[in-house]
Design a protein around this ligand. Structure first.
Ligand SMILES: [Fe+2]
Ligand SMILES: [Fe+2]
Length: 269
């Protein structure tokens, strides 16, 4: 078994979505089997690329150039699933990147267990979305997708606490806010397979946000910092724009993010 950071780098350097997620799931299973056997496998070191490898399609466009389609149409629903597939593929890389990028920081094994599990789940999510698209006669890569999804990773490549604040605690928490509305769109269209897939995603994303909150608070404790103040400062440094209500306060609370973390960042007070 190769060291965990090298597994992470290999996933990041793999371009094809289906191959990337297969590799990700295989490595996650190896790590989890070793951990379940009571081992402490090597985390090691690697040289993760600043940008992960990406397939030739989808074409990546600036968000303002990505055509908007109405969710009331089959084309609109395909576009929605395509956008989620793109987010999930990016999330696979984000979780492996946090494993490989910060190996100079001393962290408990539980940190790695959590992000390996999250990366494995994102891989499953990408495949669920890619399956839904294929079922509807499309595929991942058929439509343009947002460029700039990796911006948060680039901006926080040297700042683990910034990474935790912006990626799981802002971006993935945003997923908790918007996914119920998306599930409704597919329920109204009686698209049962997409509903089931999105419900799986929704249920599992709570834990990813919770991992972010857990390790953010852990590091605040190590450095004797006030978590709420530090969170506000980091989001203002690394996140571009205000947070947008409405928030899913219940799921955010379940994930360990209290209202006084996000409301002051909405720009409305
Ligand atoms: Fe996901
Ligand atoms: Fe996630």
């Amino acid at each position: 078994m190769i060291a965990l950071a090298q597994m992470a780098e290999a996933v990041l350097r793999c371009a094809d979505g289906r191959e990337k997620t297969a590799l990700s799931r295989r490595y996650a299973a190896e790590w989890q089997a070793a951990r379940a056997a009571g081992e402490t496998p090597e985390v090691g070191r690697a040289s993760p690329p600043l940008h992960p490898a990406r397939p030739a399609t989808p074409e990546l466009l600036s968000p303002r150039d990505v055509p908007r389609r109405r969710p009331g149409t089959p084309e609109g629903r395909i576009a929605l699933l395509h956008a989620v597939a793109h987010i999930e593929l990016n999330a696979v890389d984000l979780h492996w990147d946090i494993v490989a990028r910060f190996t100079d920081t001393r962290l408990p094994m539980g940190f790695y267990d959590d992000w390996v599990k999250a990366a494995d789940e994102e891989s499953k999510h990408f495949n669920l979305m890619a399956d839904c698209l294929e079922e509807m006669g499309s595929h991942y890569g058929a439509l343009p997708a947002h460029a700039g999804m990796w911006r948060a990773a680039e901006d926080t490549a040297d700042d683990l606490m910034g990474r935790l604040a912006v990626v799981p605690m802002v971006l993935e928490a945003r997923g908790l806010d918007v996914t119920p509305g998306m599930i409704d769109v597919f329920r109204k269209a009686k698209a049962d397979i997409a509903v089931a897939a999105l419900e799986t995603i929704y249920a599992e994303e709570v834990a990813h946000v919770a991992y972010g909150s857990k390790w953010f608070h852990f590091l605040c404790g190590r450095f004797d910092e006030d978590p709420k103040e530090r969170f506000h400062a980091l989001v203002r440094t690394y996140f571009h724009g205000d947070l947008k209500p409405p928030f899913n306060e219940e799921k955010r609370a379940e994930a360990g993010i209290p209202p006084d973390f996000y409301w002051p960042l909405t720009g409305t007070d």
